[in-house]
Design a protein around this ligand. Sequence first.
Ligand SMILES: Nc1ncnc2c1ncn2[C@@H]1O[C@H](COP(=O)(O)OP(=O)(O)OP(=O)(O)O)[C@@H](O)[C@H]1O
Length: 242
Amino acid sequence: MRDHSPKTRLVLEDVAKSFTNHLRGGIHLPVVRNVSFAVDAGEVVVLGGPSGVGKSSILRMIYGNYGVEAGHILMRGAAGDPFADLATASPREVGALRRTVVGYVSQFLRAIPRVSALDVVAEPLFARGVEPATARESAAVLLERLNLPAALYDLPPATFSGGEKQRVNIARGFLTDHPILLLDEPTASLDNANRDVVCELIAEKRQRGVAILGIFHDEEVRGRVASRIVDVSGFSAREKAA
Ligand SMILES: Nc1ncnc2c1ncn2[C@@H]1O[C@H](COP(=O)(O)OP(=O)(O)OP(=O)(O)O)[C@@H](O)[C@H]1O
């Protein structure tokens, strides 16, 4: 392992990913290789590059949704902690890292039937043993900041609009205090007012020393939140068109 600053929370070392399509005669689709960068506490690193270059795949590997083909994904919650390598972690270790070290706001909310919006948001706090009334109160404060009408709190989000679902998803991801936070286009279906709220929430996390890695297609949002941009084109494993 290379040397890292005490502030470093997330390190990718020579990470590679390709997909094999077993339904189409085992076609091999290389996506990225030699992906190497680090994210420090208090930084917002934005993944850049054209559509299909592998930005979401990188986030999914870091969260353990996609297997890591080669290299290391090192993460730790605080300066003195040893790094855990997600690339070789067991499912149980991945579960523990997700509870305490790395949070993820995906593009789409996976709504659970019959569970109210308030409980969907509060659930990560329930899982940490926070008293239900206190967890729901914190969830309501965040939903109110995100302008979700109070009339919707007790309804399951399945029938909500795209922007309403996204705000429930953001509230769920931002409610906990994970030291590393992954954001996959959190502002994609939001209006200007709510985009501003998300930018503020990101700035607050950053101030508290969270290491943030995100994808933002919206140039304005990217300009407001990014402390650094990592261009994923530099790690593309595909042949360039002549
Ligand atoms: N589960 C999968 N199975 C097969 N191929 C996949 C899978 N996930 C991603 N890919 C392929 O990997 C490539 C990179 O996809 P990815 O979603 O990471 O790109 P991206 O840079 O995030 O794109 P966008 O900006 O359009 O969201 C694409 O060619 C995609 O088709």
